[in-house]
Structures are given as structure tokens and as C-alpha cells.
Design a protein around this ligand. Structure first.
Ligand code: NCD
Length: 422
């Protein structure tokens, strides 16, 4: 039976995202308090869908289903909106909001914890401080895994609700000019969002202090997707008059290795009535929240302040995603196997990212794959480019192990073939 995970924003194609948005829209338009009614039209919606979300559904609603939540990092909105979504779908929730109360505090590995929790539930939501941990969790889970944030790497469900908010408020994504402001280096929300926006035909202005620029690996993917859609700079004033939306982010203090560096950049940008004089009448201001001073509370009453409307969309969007993933994984019908990316295990090569799960878990084997847009060899868990090229790996020859890898394309099995004796 295939399992569809949502670990990276790349795990949903445009059509699948469209299904999430259109179901979320129906939920918003309905009486959300009326769970019975919502379930009724979710069932109807699912029966109209093509694979992987549709087809012959077994128990398509979430009634009687259990969501596991494993939160190893603080969260207010993400965890509570997932829990609220599952309850509104008629399901229930188990889990922990603090790893200190789980067996992790006794030294249990992430792989073991996930194997255990996934045998108690039908869908698993994980937030973890280590990059690539959600991918590793999905490889150890019997049920669909949703990444609710893995360190500074990705936060794909936040992206779904960000895109949904833009569609609701602006009517479209294509052609929109969106400024991403603040901590683009450590901000996982903008790592997922920038890619989804460019893919959807929007233009992104990346506005940050020099030391918090968007990582080069993400920049090169954005430029490969559409070089003309990406601009970069540090002056908010310069970009503001051209923007349809401004997505503000918090400087991620907890991710800085040097607290002095945080002190140097904190408070670089403050959005308030005065700053927003330079913006258009309709420039929408969004923020994944929490804010810690980068948007003045006095701006909240401005109609352009969209962040509390955005936060409320977290529930219908997560309801739609969870209903669809649960339906997809309970669908017994055999599916065409998605094209599988080739994974590579060059002997002795380690992921250069010190914050990657491959350096934290005991029994994990580094694995790399060719990034489809840039052609670079990247870590299959945290996407960090490896200091080798595809050609180097070919030349190295001996010791190479090739595996059909389901981590990138959502395939259903890992079939290994050894190409040497090592
Ligand atoms: C974000 C996160 O956790 O990455 N918050 C959220 O999920 N809404 C943003 C942040 O913490 O700054």
C-alpha cells in the first residue's frame, strides 16, 4: 500500500495543491462548525478526485481516525490548528507537545519513536529542530507523515496556508509580486514558500540583511525555475512600492550559533503605519507568526494587515490536507509507481550540513540525489549540496551504491541494487 507523505513542498504537484485549495475553499464557504455537513461534502469531493487522492475510497472521512502529533520544538499555531483540524474532521489526536515527556528523554532514537507512534495512529505530524528529520521520520513510519517544520529546512504546510491566503485575498498567484522580508537564511517558512511562489508564476523579492540572505542552494533552484522572477536586496523602502504582498518573518534567534550576530541584526526591519506609507493601498501584509517586534501591533487595525486572517486559514487548509492524505493512504487500489529518483551513497561522503539529521541519528546512512532543477548532488534529507558533482561520483565508480529512492518523488518502495562489492 502506498503512503503519501508531505515532507517537502515538492511532495505535492500543482494538481494536488489545487485539490487541497479547492477543498479548503469549500470548507471556508461552508459552516465550519457543522462537522457532519463538512464530512458529507468532503466525501463527495474525494469521490470526484483523480489519483492519488481519489478513486475507490475506504473510509475517506477521518471519523474514527487518529492523528499522532510529535512536537520536539515549541509551537502554538501549527500544533493547535492541526489538532483543531483533526477534531473538526471527526477524528481524534494523541501525542506530545514537548519531547521531554516522551522516551526521547531516555535516549530513544527518532526512528524508534516514529515506528512506535506510527503504529498507534493513521497520520503523523512532526516538528523537530533537526534538518531532514521529517524525511527520516517518513522513512520509519507506517502512516503518512506531515512535516510541521524541520529545523531551518522546510515548513510546507505553512506554505499551503500562505498560498491559500494570497489566493483568497488577491484572487490569484500568477503574476503577483511578493516581498519576503527578514530572516531568509534560517526561516524555514520562506524556504518552502519562495519555491512554491516561483513555481506558481509569482515574482519574489528577497529582502534581508546581507548576513541573512536566502541560502545559495535555494537561490539557484529559484533562478533555474525562473531567473526573471527573482530579485534580491536589503532595502525594504526600495521594493515596497512595487509589491502586491509583503511576507514578514521573525529573525530566528534560536538558530544563531553566535548570539552577538543575532544582536547585530535584530530589529533591522519594523513594519508600521509609517513604513507602509510607501506601500500601495492594497499591499497585503502577511506573517507566519509569532512576531517579536517586526510588525507594530498598532498596524493590526489597518485593512492591509492580513496575518490574523492568514492564521485562521490554518484550520481549513490543514483539514483539507489531512482528509486528502488519509484518503490517499487508505485507498487500496494499486497505483502507477511514480518515477523514482536515483539515490546515491558515495562511499565516505557525509552531508556537509552540521545541522542535518544524518549527523544526529545513530543508524542513518548518508544518502544523496541529483536535484532535478540544478543538477547538483544534494543530501536526500536536508537538501544541502554535497561538495561533489555527478561527474565526480561517476568517476569514483567503486563503492557506489545506487538505490531507487522514494524520498523525492513520493514513490512507494525502495529497491536497492548494488553496483559494486563494497
Ligand atoms: C513559524 C515556524 O515555526 O517556523 N511559525 C509557524 O509555524 N507559524 C515561524 C517562526 O517561528 O518564526
Amino acid at each position: 500500500m502506498a503512503i503519501k507523505h508531505f515532507v517537502s513542498i515538492d511532495d505535492l504537484n500543482q494538481e494536488e495543491m489545487e485539490a487541497v485549495f479547492s477543498l479548503a475553499e469549500r470548507i471556508v464557504d461552508s459552516d465550519i462548525e457543522n462537522v457532519g455537513f463538512v464530512l458529507d461534502f468532503i466525501l463527495r469531493f474525494l469521490s470526484e478526485q483523480e489519483e492519488p487522492f481519489g478513486g475507490q475510497m475506504k473510509g475517506a472521512s477521518c471519523a474514527g481516525k487518529i492523528m499522532g502529533v510529535a512536537f520536539y520544538e515549541p509551537s502554538t499555531r501549527t500544533r493547535l490548528s492541526f489538532e483543531s483540524a483533526m477534531h473538526r474532521l471527526g477524528g481524534s489526536v494523541i501525542g506530545f507537545a514537548d519531547a521531554a515527556v516522551s522516551s526521547v528523554s531516555k535516549g530513544e532514537s527518532l526512528a524508534d519513536t516514529i515506528k512506535v507512534i506510527s503504529s498507534y495512529c493513521d497520520i503523523l505530524v512532526i516538528r523537530h529542530p533537526v534538518e531532514g528529520s521529517a524525511r527520516w521520520a517518513s522513512e520509519n513510519s507506517q502512516v503518512p507523515v506531515i512535516n510541521a517544520g524541520d529545523g531551518a529546512h522546510e515548513h510546507p504546510t505553512q506554505t499551503l496556508l500562505d498560498l491559500f491566503t494570497l489566493r483568497q485575498e488577491k484572487g490569484k498567484l500568477e503574476g503577483l509580486k511578493v516581498g519576503l522580508l527578514g530572516d531568509l537564511k534560517y526561516g524555514r517558512t520562506v524556504h518552502s514558500l519562495s519555491r512554491a511562489l516561483v513555481r506558481a508564476g509569482a515574482q519574489v523579492a528577497l529582502i534581508s540583511p546581507l548576513s541573512l540572505r536566502m541560502p545559495e542552494a535555494i537561490l539557484s533552484r529559484l533562478r533555474k525555475e525562473n531567473a526573471g522572477a527573482v530579485s534580491e536586496g536589503n532595502s525594504l523602502e526600495e521594493f515596497l512600492p512595487k509589491l502586491d504582498a509583503l511576507y514578514v518573518t521573525r529573525i530566528q534567534r534560536e538558530r544563531f550559533s553566535d548570539p552577538r550576530e543575532y544582536e547585530r541584526v535584530k530589529g533591522t526591519y519594523v513594519v508600521d503605519a509609517r513604513t507602509m506609507k510607501k506601500a500601495n493601498r492594497n499591499t497585503l501584509v502577511l506573517h507566519p507568526l509569532p512576531r517579536v517586534g517586526e510588525i507594530a501591533p498598532s498596524f493590526d487595525s489597518d485593512p492591509r494587515a492580513g496575518y490574523f486572517r492568514q492564521v485562521a486559514y490554518g484550520v481549513p487548509v490543514r483539514m483539507a490536507l489531512v482528509a486528502l492524505l488519509v484518503a490517499a493512504s487508505t485507498n487500496d487500489e494499486e497505483r502507477e509507481q511514480t518515477a523514482l529518483a536515483e539515490a546515491i551513497h558515495p562511499k565516505g561522503l557525509e552531508c556537509p550540513n552540521a545541522r542535518c539529521i544524518t549527523h544526529v541519528e545513530r543508524d542513518i546512512k548518508p544518502r544523496f540525489a541529483k536535484e532535478p532543477l540544478t543538477g547538483k548532488i544534494v543530501c536526500s534529507y536536508c537538501d544541502e549540496p554535497a561538495p561533489v558533482s555527478g561527474r565526480d561520483i561517476k568517476a569514483a565508480g567503486a563503492g557506489r551504491e545506487v538505490a531507487k529512492d522514494n524520498s523525492r518523488k513520493g514513490g512507494k518502495q525502495i529497491a536497492r541494487t548494488r553496483t559494486s562489492k563494497s
